[in-house]
Ligand binder design. Sequence first.
Ligand code: HEC
Length: 184
Amino acid sequence: MKKSYSLAAILLGTTLMGTPLNETTAVQKGESASTALVQKLGSELKAVMQKDGPVEAVNFCSKNAISLTHEASKAHGVKMKRVTLQQRNPLNRPTHEEIEIINTWMSAMANAQQPMPVLSKTTAGFTYHKPLVINNDVCLKCHGAVDSSTPLGQALKASYPADRATGYKMGDLRGMIVVDIPQE
Ligand code: HEC
Protein backbone atom coordinates (compact mmCIF):
# COMPACT_ATOMS: atom_id res chain seq x y z
CA MET A 1 0.00 0.00 0.00
CA LYS A 2 2.72 2.36 1.09
CA LYS A 3 4.75 1.45 -1.97
CA SER A 4 2.01 2.25 -4.47
CA TYR A 5 1.33 5.55 -2.73
CA SER A 6 4.90 6.72 -3.15
CA LEU A 7 4.95 5.57 -6.76
CA ALA A 8 1.85 7.69 -7.39
CA ALA A 9 3.58 10.61 -5.68
CA ILE A 10 6.63 10.19 -7.89
CA LEU A 11 4.50 10.00 -11.01
CA LEU A 12 2.54 13.07 -10.00
CA GLY A 13 5.73 14.94 -9.17
CA THR A 14 7.20 14.12 -12.56
CA THR A 15 4.10 15.37 -14.34
CA LEU A 16 4.06 18.62 -12.41
CA MET A 17 7.71 19.35 -13.03
CA GLY A 18 7.37 18.53 -16.71
CA THR A 19 10.34 17.30 -18.69
CA PRO A 20 13.74 18.31 -17.31
CA LEU A 21 15.47 21.04 -19.28
CA ASN A 22 18.42 19.89 -21.35
CA GLU A 23 19.72 20.89 -24.77
CA THR A 24 17.14 18.80 -26.59
CA THR A 25 14.13 19.98 -24.61
CA ALA A 26 15.39 23.58 -24.71
CA VAL A 27 15.53 23.45 -28.52
CA GLN A 28 12.00 22.00 -28.58
CA LYS A 29 10.71 24.72 -26.27
CA GLY A 30 12.49 27.46 -28.18
CA GLU A 31 11.18 26.16 -31.47
CA SER A 32 7.56 25.81 -30.32
CA ALA A 33 7.47 29.19 -28.55
CA SER A 34 9.02 31.09 -31.48
CA THR A 35 6.79 29.32 -34.01
CA ALA A 36 3.72 30.15 -31.95
CA LEU A 37 4.79 33.79 -31.76
CA VAL A 38 5.30 34.08 -35.53
CA GLN A 39 1.88 32.47 -36.12
CA LYS A 40 0.15 34.68 -33.58
CA LEU A 41 1.61 37.93 -34.89
CA GLY A 42 1.05 36.82 -38.49
CA SER A 43 -2.59 35.84 -38.07
CA GLU A 44 -3.54 38.92 -36.05
CA LEU A 45 -1.75 41.17 -38.55
CA LYS A 46 -3.46 39.49 -41.48
CA ALA A 47 -6.87 39.88 -39.84
CA VAL A 48 -6.38 43.62 -39.23
CA MET A 49 -4.96 44.16 -42.75
CA GLN A 50 -7.99 42.48 -44.31
CA LYS A 51 -10.54 44.19 -42.11
CA ASP A 52 -9.12 47.72 -41.73
CA GLY A 53 -6.26 48.02 -44.24
CA PRO A 54 -2.50 48.58 -43.92
CA VAL A 55 -2.58 51.95 -42.14
CA GLU A 56 -4.66 50.51 -39.29
CA ALA A 57 -2.36 47.48 -39.31
CA VAL A 58 0.61 49.80 -38.67
CA ASN A 59 -1.20 51.22 -35.65
CA PHE A 60 -2.06 47.70 -34.56
CA CYS A 61 1.62 46.67 -34.71
CA SER A 62 2.76 49.81 -32.87
CA LYS A 63 0.29 49.21 -30.08
CA ASN A 64 0.37 45.44 -29.83
CA ALA A 65 3.51 43.80 -31.26
CA ILE A 66 5.44 43.97 -28.00
CA SER A 67 2.51 43.09 -25.72
CA LEU A 68 1.54 40.13 -27.95
CA THR A 69 5.15 38.98 -27.70
CA HIS A 70 4.89 39.14 -23.91
CA GLU A 71 1.59 37.21 -23.95
CA ALA A 72 3.00 34.45 -26.15
CA SER A 73 6.05 34.31 -23.85
CA LYS A 74 3.88 33.85 -20.79
CA ALA A 75 1.85 31.10 -22.44
CA HIS A 76 5.06 29.15 -23.08
CA GLY A 77 6.88 29.89 -19.83
CA VAL A 78 9.69 31.72 -21.66
CA LYS A 79 10.77 35.30 -22.39
CA MET A 80 10.80 36.36 -26.02
CA LYS A 81 11.79 39.44 -27.97
CA ARG A 82 12.36 40.25 -31.63
CA VAL A 83 15.60 41.99 -32.56
CA THR A 84 17.10 43.14 -35.85
CA LEU A 85 20.05 45.07 -37.28
CA GLN A 86 17.60 47.46 -39.00
CA GLN A 87 15.04 48.44 -36.40
CA ARG A 88 11.70 50.05 -36.89
CA ASN A 89 11.15 50.30 -33.14
CA PRO A 90 14.46 51.27 -31.48
CA LEU A 91 13.53 48.99 -28.56
CA ASN A 92 14.27 46.02 -30.82
CA ARG A 93 18.02 46.68 -30.94
CA PRO A 94 20.17 43.54 -30.57
CA THR A 95 22.89 43.00 -27.94
CA HIS A 96 26.52 42.50 -28.91
CA GLU A 97 26.14 38.70 -28.75
CA GLU A 98 22.94 38.79 -30.82
CA ILE A 99 24.66 40.93 -33.48
CA GLU A 100 27.41 38.31 -33.75
CA ILE A 101 24.87 35.54 -34.34
CA ILE A 102 22.99 37.63 -36.93
CA ASN A 103 26.29 38.26 -38.70
CA THR A 104 27.05 34.52 -38.91
CA TRP A 105 23.59 33.99 -40.42
CA MET A 106 24.19 36.78 -42.95
CA SER A 107 27.47 35.20 -44.08
CA ALA A 108 25.86 31.74 -44.26
CA MET A 109 23.10 33.18 -46.46
CA ALA A 110 25.63 35.02 -48.63
CA ASN A 111 27.07 31.53 -49.30
CA ALA A 112 23.61 30.17 -50.18
CA GLN A 113 23.32 28.31 -46.85
CA GLN A 114 20.36 28.23 -44.48
CA PRO A 115 20.70 30.30 -41.29
CA MET A 116 20.55 27.74 -38.44
CA PRO A 117 19.07 28.38 -34.97
CA VAL A 118 21.63 28.80 -32.18
CA LEU A 119 21.21 27.54 -28.61
CA SER A 120 23.33 29.15 -25.87
CA LYS A 121 23.69 28.04 -22.25
CA THR A 122 23.02 30.85 -19.77
CA THR A 123 23.16 31.03 -15.98
CA ALA A 124 19.33 30.97 -15.88
CA GLY A 125 18.85 28.15 -18.42
CA PHE A 126 19.16 28.43 -22.19
CA THR A 127 18.65 31.04 -24.88
CA TYR A 128 17.37 29.96 -28.28
CA HIS A 129 18.08 32.23 -31.24
CA LYS A 130 15.76 31.66 -34.17
CA PRO A 131 16.37 33.33 -37.54
CA LEU A 132 13.42 35.27 -38.95
CA VAL A 133 13.45 35.25 -42.74
CA ILE A 134 10.92 37.14 -44.86
CA ASN A 135 8.95 34.34 -46.50
CA ASN A 136 5.58 36.00 -47.01
CA ASP A 137 5.03 38.92 -49.36
CA VAL A 138 2.59 40.52 -46.92
CA CYS A 139 5.72 41.54 -44.91
CA LEU A 140 6.96 43.58 -47.87
CA LYS A 141 3.95 45.90 -47.71
CA CYS A 142 5.53 47.50 -44.64
CA HIS A 143 9.13 46.30 -44.85
CA GLY A 144 9.78 46.34 -48.62
CA ALA A 145 10.06 49.34 -50.95
CA VAL A 146 7.56 51.54 -49.10
CA ASP A 147 6.51 54.66 -50.99
CA SER A 148 6.69 57.49 -48.44
CA SER A 149 4.01 59.51 -50.26
CA THR A 150 1.27 56.89 -49.71
CA PRO A 151 -0.96 56.92 -46.58
CA LEU A 152 0.90 53.80 -45.42
CA GLY A 153 4.31 55.43 -45.91
CA GLN A 154 3.14 58.49 -44.03
CA ALA A 155 1.71 56.46 -41.16
CA LEU A 156 5.04 54.67 -40.80
CA LYS A 157 6.98 57.94 -40.94
CA ALA A 158 4.69 59.52 -38.33
CA SER A 159 5.11 56.69 -35.82
CA TYR A 160 8.75 55.84 -36.65
CA PRO A 161 10.68 58.90 -37.83
CA ALA A 162 13.94 56.92 -37.62
CA ASP A 163 12.52 53.79 -39.35
CA ARG A 164 15.28 51.55 -40.72
CA ALA A 165 13.09 48.51 -41.42
CA THR A 166 12.29 49.01 -45.13
CA GLY A 167 13.97 47.89 -48.34
CA TYR A 168 13.74 44.15 -47.63
CA LYS A 169 13.08 41.53 -50.32
CA MET A 170 11.61 38.02 -50.14
CA GLY A 171 14.10 35.62 -48.55
CA ASP A 172 16.01 38.37 -46.71
CA LEU A 173 16.92 37.91 -43.06
CA ARG A 174 14.66 40.28 -41.13
CA GLY A 175 16.15 39.53 -37.71
CA MET A 176 15.86 36.99 -34.93
CA ILE A 177 13.51 35.82 -32.25
CA VAL A 178 15.33 35.47 -28.94
CA VAL A 179 13.79 32.94 -26.54
CA ASP A 180 15.05 32.84 -22.96
CA ILE A 181 14.16 29.47 -21.46
CA PRO A 182 14.47 29.32 -17.68
CA GLN A 183 15.77 26.21 -15.90
CA GLU A 184 12.41 25.50 -14.24
C1 HEC B 1 1.06 46.77 -41.64
C2 HEC B 1 2.47 46.95 -41.63
C3 HEC B 1 3.35 45.78 -41.28
C4 HEC B 1 3.39 44.54 -41.87
C5 HEC B 1 2.52 44.01 -42.97
C6 HEC B 1 4.48 43.82 -41.22
N1 HEC B 1 5.07 44.61 -40.27
FE1 HEC B 1 6.68 44.11 -39.14
N2 HEC B 1 6.51 45.87 -38.16
C7 HEC B 1 5.56 46.84 -38.38
C8 HEC B 1 5.61 47.84 -37.33
C9 HEC B 1 4.73 49.06 -37.21
C10 HEC B 1 6.65 47.43 -36.46
C11 HEC B 1 7.10 48.12 -35.17
C12 HEC B 1 6.34 47.47 -34.00
C13 HEC B 1 6.66 48.09 -32.65
O1 HEC B 1 6.71 49.32 -32.54
O2 HEC B 1 6.84 47.28 -31.71
C14 HEC B 1 7.17 46.19 -37.00
C15 HEC B 1 8.21 45.50 -36.42
C16 HEC B 1 8.69 44.30 -36.87
C17 HEC B 1 9.79 43.56 -36.26
C18 HEC B 1 10.56 43.98 -35.01
C19 HEC B 1 11.87 44.63 -35.35
C20 HEC B 1 11.80 46.11 -35.65
O3 HEC B 1 12.21 46.48 -36.76
O4 HEC B 1 11.34 46.89 -34.80
C21 HEC B 1 9.97 42.43 -36.97
C22 HEC B 1 10.99 41.34 -36.72
C23 HEC B 1 8.97 42.44 -38.03
N3 HEC B 1 8.22 43.60 -37.96
C24 HEC B 1 8.81 41.43 -38.95
C25 HEC B 1 7.74 41.37 -39.83
C26 HEC B 1 7.46 40.22 -40.67
C27 HEC B 1 8.32 38.95 -40.71
C28 HEC B 1 6.34 40.50 -41.37
C29 HEC B 1 5.58 39.60 -42.30
C30 HEC B 1 4.96 38.45 -41.70
C31 HEC B 1 5.92 41.85 -40.99
N4 HEC B 1 6.80 42.33 -40.06
C32 HEC B 1 4.84 42.51 -41.52
C33 HEC B 1 4.68 46.86 -39.44
C34 HEC B 1 4.40 45.80 -40.26
